[in-house]
Design a protein around this ligand. Structure first.
Ligand code: FAD
Length: 310
């Protein structure tokens, strides 16, 4: 049987009503949203199918987006750790398969002037150093996986109101003088002629660091590489609960011998000495017995049971 046919057997169709921000579960085996990236990424790489029963691993990673797959890749490559990635839906199903594909040398929504305003210049410089390092890692990965169709050329911050131009001028000055970037201001004509024919533009700040990528092709490349290094990626395998007792962390999933709810919604990497094995080891059993006796809860991580409705 071909990998695509096997996948068909456990994947469910995309559900346009499903929204992980408001639903109480992370889904199970839900297919991709019909995005441009999905339509053009080609056949998803082979995966390891839904997880069956208990397994032990040094590291279990919850979620197979950029965070989970790149963590798995680096753990395998730099530390020889063959992690298990548990994905509730299809591989790279979340934001990773439905974003803008813009790789920026930035963090969150704040401009660098905002960093200084909030945290002071020294912290802003330290944050910048960290982000540069992160962006360099991204550039290295993009160079390693050219199938993600990298489009270098920097990043434009376009002013759609005249008063925004003054803000961008200040930002450009700050980028150059405080952070040492070769940012520059572009006139409306330069934006329209050289970059994008945006009729509403008043001009823009151009930041030389910035690469557009095909995000799903990049995620698939991470996944292929990680699996070639021994990582296992299990789609349709939602993590229901994560619990640490003594030195052991367990992740419960639908096929584990002890099933617990509610559902977990966070993509996190969990270093674990025993995972997806619900208290099957001696240590775990003994700590569970102690827990029952004392009638006190062990240290445990749980997702919120009710999420705010929009
Ligand atoms: C519309 C949009 C546009 C964006 N544009 C950009 C952009 O241009 N540039 C940029 O840098 N960033 C952009 N982002 C942000 C970027 O996409 C995310 O930061 C990135 O994809 C996050 O990756 P992730 O692996 O942390 O999370 P995700 O890609 O969301 O992956 C999390 C995965 O975990 C799975 N999961 C969740 N709970 C469980 C569970 N309990 N058990 C098992 N699996 C679970 C989910 O199914 C999902 O596949 C955008 C985001 C959105 C939504």
């Amino acid at each position: 049987m071909k990998a695509e046919d096997v996948r068909e057997s456990y994947m469910r169709p995309y559900d346009p009503q499903y929204d992980p921000l408001v639903m109480a579960t992370p889904g199970q085996g839900t297919g991709y949203a019909p995005t441009y990236w999905v339509a053009t990424a080609g056949v998803p790489p082979q995966d390891d199918g839904p997880i069956h029963g208990d397994v032990e691993a040094d590291v279990v990673i919850v979620g197979s987006g950029f965070t989970g797959l790149s963590t798995a890749l680096f753990l395998a490559r730099e530390h020889g750790i063959k992690a298990i990635v548990l994905e509730a839906n299809q591989s790279a199903w979340g934001c990773t398969s439905r974003n803008g594909g813009q790789g920026q040398n930035a963090s969150g929504r704040l401009y660098r002037s905002g960093w200084i305003e909030r945290w002071g210049k020294e912290t802003a410089l330290r944050l910048d150093a960290e982000i540069r390092k992160g962006f360099q890692t991204f550039k290295d990965l993009v160079a390693e996986f050219p199938e993600c169709e990298p489009q270098p050329g920097g990043h434009l911050y376009i002013a759609h109101r005249e008063k925004k131009m003054e803000f961008l001028r200040n930002e450009t000055r700050l980028m150059r003088e405080v952070f040492g970037y070769d940012a520059k201001m572009l006139s409306k004509e330069e934006v329209q002629h050289d970059w994008v024919n945006d009729a509403d533009s008043f001009g823009a700040m151009h930041e030389p660091d910035g690469i557009g990528v095909h995000p799903l092709k990049l995620a698939f490349a991470y996944m292929r590489k990680a699996r070639s290094l021994g990582v296992k990626v299990h789609p349709a395998s939602p993590v229901l609960d994560v619990e640490t007792r003594a030195a052991f962390t367990t992740c419960a999933h639908p096929a584990a011998s002890s099933r617990r709810g509610p559902w977990a919604l966070l993509p996190v990497a969990i270093p674990a000495t025993s995972c997806t094995r619900a208290c099957a080891t001696r240590s775990c059993r003994s700590s569970r017995t102690r827990w029952s006796r004392e009638r006190s809860r062990p240290k445990s991580w749980r997702p919120p049971t009710s999420r705010p409705r929009r």
